[in-house]
Design a protein around this ligand. Structure first.
Ligand SMILES: Cc1cc2nc3c(=O)[nH]c(=O)nc-3n(C[C@H](O)[C@H](O)[C@H](O)COP(=O)(O)OP(=O)(O)OC[C@H]3O[C@@H](n4cnc5c(N)ncnc54)[C@H](O)[C@@H]3O)c2cc1C
Ligand code: FES
Length: 489
């Protein structure tokens, strides 16, 4: 074994070690040794570069957390927990005992996907034995939606979060292309577009969001996309090849697509109402720094089409942009229209309101993910909407435990990421209403960390090329501590 001498490691340290047939992460915390898988099951980040603190390791890339004793995933994103290995110390040597066929990841324990999938999987992991039916209007089983705008050519198969075999093995029924059109909480039933009616004892609604409706003519053209499915992304990549692409909206999705197309398309034009993308989320300085695609500020007047194809986008200013393909990334709204008559309580914007256990006002009905507002402890339980991939996982898990009468509260730090031009911006916390930004590092070089403060407190952090600072801050915020502005300054 090539493991180190036990005194080689400081009191709290992680080290990747070669076991011959694979690698493991050897951890020493407060003098105690443990070992587990070395790669994050989400996108494979080397956990040795993450943050070790209080019995868990937080991934440097998107903040997933793993218990060092059990390998269990304690915060998301990601589907799987990690394998753990026996460790003992003999004559100052650390001995790690692992199977020769070292598994890279271990399925089950607490696994995840978007809200609905995590809910279903958590129910099974926690011993729920009744029928579980997962219904989606998508054509495909749950897939990695964030990759749609970053890797346009990925197929549904490549993006799939779980195989059909996995779902079958765990007795999770999946009905695809099943659009729910009504829910009756009195008879406890869901009606689908094709007329099917299903009764439930417990219901979890996680229908996510849909593109914000926009006011323009020519909606039924065939080369305009909203990027909701792998087919949308694949079509955009194909149609943009050496052609002119127009992106409407400077949202993260819009800008990610623009970045992904710059190498492929003849031209990429971005149209935004804001002059600086992400100004509201990240502040003007950071927004400007990461804006590598020039944007046309303005609003669309009309889409000029020939038969069923968009040809030109005309702005209110009179400017005309040739468009062989157009992607609309102008934000989203909750996909809750079908619940209007259901009696399930929603706010004026259509977000379902839930309590800290993800329960709605209707008996046996739970909701989570992009389409809810939920009480957020760091803001005195004010109800907020946090439409992140990671948060949807958390909601799914909390809802499942509530459904089983094992109420648990949300304990997480919101974590978001976006990738453009091969670089990733990471973000943790909840920066809504920040009043100042403290930046360290070099914005021009895109190597920086930005602390978002509200009054005297750091409420969020963003970084590029500065790992693992965002996970480190998430770790501090997650432990319930506050970071003061003066600490950062
Ligand atoms: C292109 C793109 C890129 C993104 N990139 C990132 C990123 O980099 N990082 C990040 O943190 N977040 C990102 N997001 C946001 C992230 O994908 C969402 O926060 C997350 O998917 C929300 O999960 P959810 O389970 O609430 O809903 P969704 O993932 O939206 O899932 C909703 C499900 O409900 C189904 N559904 C909707 N209405 C009905 C109905 N009436 N009947 C039946 N089924 C229905 C849908 O078909 C879908 O299967 C991105 C989103 C998009 C679109
Ligand atoms: S790679 Fe670890 S959380 Fe994404």
């Amino acid at each position: 074994s090539k493991t180190p001498e036990c005194t080689e490691l400081s009191k709290s340290e992680m080290r990747e070690v070669d076991l011959g047939s694979g690698r493991a992460l050897l951890i020493k915390e407060h003098g105690e040794f443990s070992a587990m898988g070395h790669k994050c099951p989400h996108y494979g980040a080397p956990l040795v570069k993450g943050v070790l603190s209080k019995g868990h390791v937080r991934c440097p890339w998107h903040g997933a957390c793993f218990n060092i004793a059990t390998g269990d995933i304690e915060d998301f994103p990601g589907l799987d927990s990690l394998p753990t290995f026996q460790v003992r110390v003999e004559k100052d040597k650390v001995i790690i005992r692992a199977n020769k066929d070292l598994p890279s990841f271990l399925s089950s324990n607490v696994s995840a996907g978007p809200a609905g999938l995590v809910c279903a999987e958590t129910l099974r992991q926690e011993g729920f034995t009744d029928r579980i039916v997962m219904c989606t209007m998508d054509r495909h089983p749950p897939y990695d939606r964030p990759k749609l705008s970053k890797s346009l050519e990925s197929t549904a198969e490549q993006l799939r979060l779980r195989s059909m075999d996995f779902l079958q093995d765990h007795d999770i029924e999946l009905l695809t292309e099943k659009e729910a059109v009504a829910i009756d909480v009195k008879t406890r039933s869901v009606t689908f577009e094709d007329g099917l009616r299903m009764e439930y004892r417990k219901l979890f609604i996680a229908t996510g969001s849909k593109p914000r409706p926009m006011n323009y003519k020519g909606k039924d053209v065939r080369n305009v996309f909203h990027l909701r499915t792998p087919e949308d992304a694949n079509s955009v990549a194909r149609l943009a090849n050496n052609k002119n692409a127009v992106i409407v909206g400077t949202s993260f999705v819009g800008m990610e697509v623009a970045a992904a197309l710059t190498d492929k398309a003849h031209s990429v034009s971005v149209i935004g109402i804001e002059t600086v993308p992400f100004k509201k989320a990240l502040g003007e300085k950071v927004g400007k720094a990461i804006m590598k695609v020039g944007t046309h500020s303005g609003e669309i007047k009309l889409f000029r089409t020939r038969s069923t194809y968009l040809k030109e986008v005309v702005l209110k200013s009179g400017k005309v942009l040739r468009a062989d393909v157009c992607v609309i990334g102008a934000g989203s709204v909750p996909a809750t229209g079908f619940l209007k008559q259901s009696g399930i309580h929603m706010d004026s914007k259509g977000f379902i309101t839930v309590n800290k256990m993800m329960q709605t006002n209707a008996d046996g009905v739970f909701a989570g993910g992009d389409m809810v507002i939920f009480p957020f402890p760091p803001r005195n339980n004010k109800k907020v909407n946090i439409p992140h991939w990671q948060m949807a996982h958390v909601h799914g898990r909390v809802a499942a435990l509530s459904m089983m009468g094992r109420a648990t509260e949300i304990k997480t730090v919101p974590y978001f990421w976006s990738a453009m031009f091969g670089k990733t911006i990471r973000y943790a916390g909840y920066g809504d209403g920040f009043d100042d930004v403290i930046i360290q590092g070099d914005l021009d070089e895109l190597r920086f960390v930005a602390f978002y403060t509200r009054s005297e407190e750091v409420v969020a952090v963003a970084s590029m090329n500065y790992d693992p600072i965002v996970s480190r801050v998430a770790e501090v915020l997650g432990s319930g501590k506050t970071i003061k502005k003066r600490d950062v300054e």
